[in-house]
Write a protein that binds this ligand. Sequence first.
Ligand code: NAD
Length: 257
Amino acid sequence: MTAPCVPDGERGLRGRVVLVTGAASGIGRAQVLRFLEEGARVVATDRDAGGLATLPGAGDGCLTVAADVTWREDVARLVGTAVESHGRIDVLSNTAGILDGFARSLDTSEELWERVFAVNVTAVFRLTNAVLPGMLAQGRGTVVNVASVASFVAGGGGAAYTASKHALLGYTRQLASDYGRRGIKVNAVCPGLVETGMTRERLAEPESRFMKAATAVPSGRYGQPDEIAAVAVFLAKPDSDFMQGAAVMVDGGLTIR
Ligand SMILES: NC(=O)c1ccc[n+]([C@@H]2O[C@H](COP(=O)([O-])OP(=O)(O)OC[C@H]3O[C@@H](n4cnc5c(N)ncnc54)[C@H](O)[C@@H]3O)[C@@H](O)[C@H]2O)c1
């Protein structure tokens, strides 16, 4: 019998410092709850300070920092606060993202295009670059990027969203390729349609394209935020340490046909 690559006592996330963006709602919020259950020390951030304040455990095991990830100063303050409080960051989950109203290219203003890329791509690059030096110095770190089925196929968003999620997956793979040998694990989770603040209104209309898309997938339903969070947590754990630059589809089978 071969020995496990990771000793049993080191498989969990107890005491690990996890920074989650987009933590006030949906998939980010669900991750915060799961990471706390795992015994991690969570830094939860979002631009929605009111939403952050309603997180169970806020101020007690879970440090909340209101910040807009598209603002350079906010990113510097966020990482500074996390490191000052906990000494380091072990896991970065880039979850904050925005949709583009499914606008086709001709209906996409440059302003909308730039706003979507600012949140879904540039902020991920900037925050990752702010956190990576510390991870490299400790010889270990994990980045989980919340990408999308829109990282692979058209129709999961409009022109800007689909392009941004393709870019995010490319960035994920390049990061893994560049830093994997230096102890950094980088992977993406790619959700299909999930009931969150981003989709709830449209899902409330029984005849909406969302509802039709949800029931057309092999699982016959849309997903819940916790089903994505479960995979994000797995990607953060040592159990997934041989995964590198992977795109894990959690989409009810949407992309298999
Ligand atoms: N819901 C879905 O069906 C679905 C499908 C595929 C991928 N995703 C991705 O999942 C991620 C999470 O989205 P969600 O569905 O939980 O949506 P959500 O709207 O419920 O949550 C997104 C959170 O990100 C925050 N946010 C947005 N812009 C920000 C900024 N500039 N600075 C800080 N915080 C910001 C929002 O305040 C919000 O709390 C996104 O990257 C999204 O693209 C969602």
